[in-house]
Design a binder for this molecule. Structure first.
Ligand code: PRP
Ligand code: ZN
Length: 305
């Protein structure tokens, strides 16, 4: 049941958004929300930031606490990893009902993986049978082990999981891996992936149906505009008018390019198109091959339909 507790915050008509205080999700979340127009300049240890102009409060906390904040109505929106959403949904059906995934956000991409000490005799997942594995995601790990018909003892830890084999708590770990640096620094080797993860925008299911919905819809529109912009490029080039149809073959997705006259050069035109991001050097070389020049590939800051 959605009932907003009284906090030392502004009146309850304000929207509340919870994001990770520090860690891999934090930077991307602040960057995205700033692009949405929020004034978000938290001090080093500031855990609550209020943007009066946008009628929004930001709560900075451990990502692991955000699903609970959402479920209990402490905040309306939260950003955390899809792995955490999967874990809490497996752990407690209340989370599954009370939280609504609004959209994946495409950053903080990582994977939940099982890793063992570099010199462990375990080579494949079958070798993990009867071993002890430390993790912060026991339900996801349990599901994976069950699916692979492996019996392990699971030790739940809330941080520094990579330490577990070194101090004799476990034979292996199941934790998030991004660059792999943390595993390497702790003498561990990745063995098998359990799940892919990325940042997701999640809402309190009841809040999404209430007054705050208008404000949430506005933020969602802005976020979509930014994600769209990030995955597209604006391309400008000059080309012979007769070669215009060839551009569509090289730049799929550009249905209706803008065509402009070039003063004093009747056979040649300037073409402007928005195209999905994959503009690699070979695309530009293909454009050169059909006689294009003055080619500019520009990032797009915001993009609304
Ligand atoms: C994650 C994860 C690992 C580390 C892996 O921590 O818990 O410790 O990143 O990244 P790497 O493969 O690039 O070294 P995160 O920064 O998300 O903080 P948290 O786990 O404390 O929330
Ligand atoms: Zn975390």
């Amino acid at each position: 049941m959605y009932s907003r507790p009284t906090l030392q915050l502004e009146p309850s008509s304000r929207l509340r958004i919870a994001i990770q205080k520090s860690g891999k999700l934090a930077e991307g979340s602040v960057a995205l929300l700033k692009k949405c127009g929020f004034r978000l300049q938290p001090g080093k240890n500031q855990l609550l930031v209020q943007d009066s102009a946008m009628n929004t409060d930001f709560i900075f906390s451990r990502d692991d606490d955000i699903p609970g904040f959402l479920l209990n109505g402490i905040c309306d929106l939260g950003i955390f990893g899809s792995n955490l959403l999967a874990e809490v949904s497996l752990r407690d059906p209340a989370f599954l009902k009370g939280l609504t995934t609004i959209m994946p956000l495409g950053y903080a991409r990582c994977r939940l993986s099982i890793a063992v000490p570099r010199d462990s005799p375990a080579k494949s997942i079958g070798d993990l049978d009867q071993m002890t594995i430390a993790t912060s995601y026991p339900h996801l790990l349990q599901r994976f082990l069950r699916e692979n018909q492996i019996n392990c003892r699971i030790v739940t830890m809330h941080g520094s999981v990579e330490l577990a084999p070194k101090i004799g708590i476990a034979d292996g770990i199941c934790d998030l891996v991004s660059s792999g640096a943390t595993l390497r620094e702790n003498g561990l080797r990745e063995m098998t992936k359990v799940l892919d993860s990325e940042a997701v925008l999640v809402g309190n299911t009841d809040a999404l149906g209430k007054d705050s919905q208008c404000q949430i819809a506005r933020i969602m529109t802005r976020i979509r505009g930014i994600l769209n912009a990030d995955s597209n490029k604006y391309i400008m080039l000059h080309i012979d008018r007769r070669n215009l149809p060839l551009i569509r073959e090289i730049l799929p997705g550009c249905e209706a390019p803008t065509v402009l006259e070039l003063q004093g050069i009747p056979d040649r035109i300037a073409v402007h198109v928005v195209s999905p991001e994959d503009i690699f050097w070979d695309t530009i070389e293909k454009l050169k091959d059909i006689g294009a020049n003055s080619i500019l590939v520009l990032p797009i800051e915001k993009m609304m339909d």
